[in-house]
Design a protein around this ligand. Sequence first.
Ligand code: LRH
Ligand code: MN
Ligand code: MN
Length: 413
Amino acid sequence: MSNLFHQKSLNLLSEQLTEKGIDTSELISKIAQFQIAVPSWALGAGGTRFGRFSIGGEPRNLEEKLEDIGLLAQLTKRTDAVSLHIPWDIPQDTEAVKQKAASLGIGFDAMNSNTFQDYGQPLSYKMGSLSNADAAVRKQAVEHNLQVIEIGKSLGSKGLTVWLADGSNFPGQAHFRKALQWTTDSLKEIYSGMPSDWKLLLEYKPYEPNFYHTVIPDWGTSGLICRQLGDRAKVLVDLGHHLPNTNIEQIVATLMHQDLLAGFHFNDSKYGDDDLSTGSIKPYQLFLIFCELIGGAEEGAQAWDSISWMIDASHNTKDPLEDLIQALEAISQAYAKALLVDREKLNQCQNEGDVVAAQEVLQEAFLTDVRPLVREARIQSGGEGGPLAFYRKEKIREKLIAKRGRSSQASGL
Ligand code: LRH
Ligand code: MN
Ligand code: MN
């Protein structure tokens, strides 16, 4: 897209928004400030337990993962942090990793522990980790999380994300109440091992890898546990971790109302935990989620800054960097559209029971083409107007393949 075309569309949109009493420059600066962390496991092709097909030029180590995120940051200006996963990303030389990240302008978002795989540790997690009937396995899993906290401390992270695969595949296999209690007790130990300025982000997921019962299947169970841990334990909403048609925006509103929302793992889903690109399936849902977030923050339910933002996706068929560019764009668009909602009018419609007008308010915002605003925010921050076009024009993947090889595989899902 030419610069002239961009300017023309931006001017037209600014005029329309000004007529509605919306300050365009304020919007642009809000969009520009919104930063979303990238997980270390999103940089390679994967996300499947079946065949894995390298895209070529995948990062071979943590330093190269940081380089990829640095590149994304440079092009999009929408990300400034990486979320590391242990043991996939154990830093060999912490100081060197910190320096490398700092030189690229990348910080360390929440750390992720892993007690859902066996990777050479003494006791197996086959029958669960924090919920395991064997106290020795629970102890090992707690200690792993405490080690992850230590690694995170040395890097300057301020959070621990826990996702558990714990559950059972057949009726009778597990004792529901005991499994929940053991999980809660284990998490209490982990929580008390966190520095006082850290938060614990507790994910939930209805099914997979267990298909009969999952110990933390939903936001309610996660919230119940968090309540027993302390104020710094909150619920992490991964968009893909819901049964089809779940009203996620309502979950977000309820969690904010209870000061229990830790943050997001952005992705999209058709059936289940598909880890599809954010906004590729249900962009309207994403917009409605942002409406609740903005409303909740403005009305004082929970501060905007207390919420963590991260992408959690992994693909087998797309160039991961191109996918991340698309995801960052989709998130920015949903946010920008939600900022356009006339909240006062919406409130009035709600109070008066004007259902039709309430829908109009939302549609008016959602159907606005906000791409010129998102593009302008990127340009003003020093990024590329069209990062995807730039990436392709500069043949960045080809350059990465030349440097790292055609069959390199990043550690991850
Ligand atoms: C599994 C999962 C989870 C992440 C973890 C690394 O569903 O995607 O959401 O946090 O893997
Ligand atoms: Mn997740
Ligand atoms: Mn997931």
